[in-house]
Ligand binder design. Structure first.
Ligand code: ADP
Ligand code: ASP
Ligand code: MG
Length: 416
């Protein structure tokens, strides 16, 4: 007997038929003798609609009321799944975030989980009752509903798994695992049997939306064995994959990896915008006058490129910000124009950040050079570059996204 958390994303619970399919997956595990907690997302598209309602109601809405509205999608699916399970003869009940309780901080709209007392939940599931939890939500210190940021049900699931000391957290989604890149963009993408926490963290942060970034952080910190698999496989088919696991991808410690490639995957993120400040005085402290006000306005700067000026007089600074903060960033720089002292500002939102990820890069030289050469051969211009120990990111025109991702995927021998 094991203790399992099973998480089902939006497409997996998109309608009643799919919810019935989910219930069959749950029933299978219950009948195998396992203790089960389930975490569900809202039906696909539902959260977007709710977000839209809030925006239409008022551009400057109260974040606490936004949370009250957008958390409702998960309330519906948790209740419906409990009803369907009961109908199949499985003992089940739904739980909202506040009932557990899942305590968060006060950052409404992007709250962090602070604490989960899993005792009550553990007691119920050990008595054989399936707990169906609404993902994406918790309760803030001021006793209000708080949501965890888009894609947050993954984080709910991993946090619950840590709190009830589950043996595994199964993330059921619309793909049968983590691939070398988004299989929707590269049909030759290959499923990975295992990925280290660290690589998964980079892949998620750099745009692979298969897992929310915070869920991976949490899995890494608490050592939660996280397994990504498909909800669309026949629930009653034999569960045979690798190493006593069904087909899917295990996110685990580096030591558990069997074979190690230099490059594990390619990710891309289209939600960045580029800003270039032209002819800034090339003197000490200029970076502070640019990035200080941005940081005070809570705008995250990601890639930064600054040239050395040929004449020691003026230089150009290029950097990226989240696309959602683009207009605000331009305004901040405009407001601080006198202090910074520049000729003009240029910007672009039609850019994409493409990243190559792999822990093997720590011990292999030349990976970056290979990437630049490969892109050059396809005539793809690089606007900015950043690297870390296990990744290289390049900023390019978004028109070249697919070409760049496919080129790099083949170049590093990832094609299946
Ligand atoms: P859910 O609704 O189940 O949470 P998501 O849409 O959030 O599902 O995440 C699954 C999607 O992530 C897949 O449909 C796939 O297109 C996308 N994806 C992006 N990168 C990857 C990757 N490297 N491996 C697998 N899926 C990926
Ligand atoms: N329903 C929420 C969203 O669409 C949370 C999730 O699906 O993980 O972002
Ligand atoms: Mg998701």
């Amino acid at each position: 007997m094991a203790r399992l958390v099973m998480k089902f994303g939006g497409t997996s619970v998109a309608d009643l038929d799919r919810i019935r399919n989910v219930a069959r997956h749950v029933k299978r595990e219950v009948e195998a003798g396992h203790e089960v907690a389930v975490v569900v997302s809202a039906m696909a598209g539902q959260t977007n609609k709710l977000v839209e309602f809030c925006r239409d109601a008022s551009a400057l809405h109260d974040a606490r009321e936004y949370d009250a509205v957008v958390a409702s999608g998960e309330q519906v699916t948790s209740g419906l799944l409990a009803i369907v399970l009961q109908d199949m003869g499985v003992n089940a009940r739904s739980w909202q975030g506040w009932q557990v309780p899942i305590k968060t901080d006060e950052t409404h709209g992007a709250a962090r989980i602070k604490e989960i007392d899993g005792a009550f939940l553990s007691e119920r599931i050990s008595q054989g009752q399936v707990a169906v939890l609404a993902g994406f939500q918790g309760i803030s210190p001021d006793n209000r509903i708080a949501t965890l940021g888009r894609g947050g049900s993954d984080t709910s699931a991993v946090a619950i798994a840590a709190a009830i000391k589950a043996d595994r957290c199964d993330i059921y989604t619309d793909v049968d695992g983590v691939y070398t890149t988004d299989p929707r963009i590269v049909p030759k993408a290959r499923r990975l049997d295992r990925v280290s926490f660290e690589e998964m963290l980079e892949m998620a942060s750099l745009g692979a939306k298969v897992l929310q970034v915070r869920s991976v952080e949490m899995a890494m910190v608490h050592g939660v064995r996280t397994f990504v698999r498909s909800s669309f496989e026949d629930p009653d088919a034999p569960q045979v994959g690798i190493g006593n696991l069904p087909p899917g991808t295990l996110i685990c410690d580096e030591e558990e990896l069997v074979e190690q490639q230099v490059v594990t995957g390619i990710a891309f993120a289209k939600d960045e915008a580029q800003i270039s400040i032209r002819d800034v005085a090339d003197k000490p402290g200029v970076a502070t006058t640019v990035f200080g006000p941005l940081s005070e306005s809570n705008i995250n700067v990601d890639m930064i490129v600054q040239n050395i000026s040929p004449d020691g007089q003026t230089t150009d600074i290029t950097f990226t910000v989240p696309e959602t903060d683009y207009q605000r960033a331009l305004k901040v720089l405009e407001d601080n124009r006198d202090e910074i002292g520049y000729q003009n500002i240029e910007g672009a939102t039609d850019v994409v950040k493409v990243s190559v990820i792999g822990i093997g890069m720590r011990s292999h030289a030349g990976i970056a050079a290979q990437c630049f050469k490969g892109l050059a051969e396809k005539n793809i211009n690089i606007r900015a570059i950043t690297t870390s120990e296990i990744k290289i990111s390049v900023l390019i025109d978004s028109d070249y996204t697919e070409l760049a991702v496919r080129t790099l995927h083949s170049l590093y021998g990832l094609d299946g």
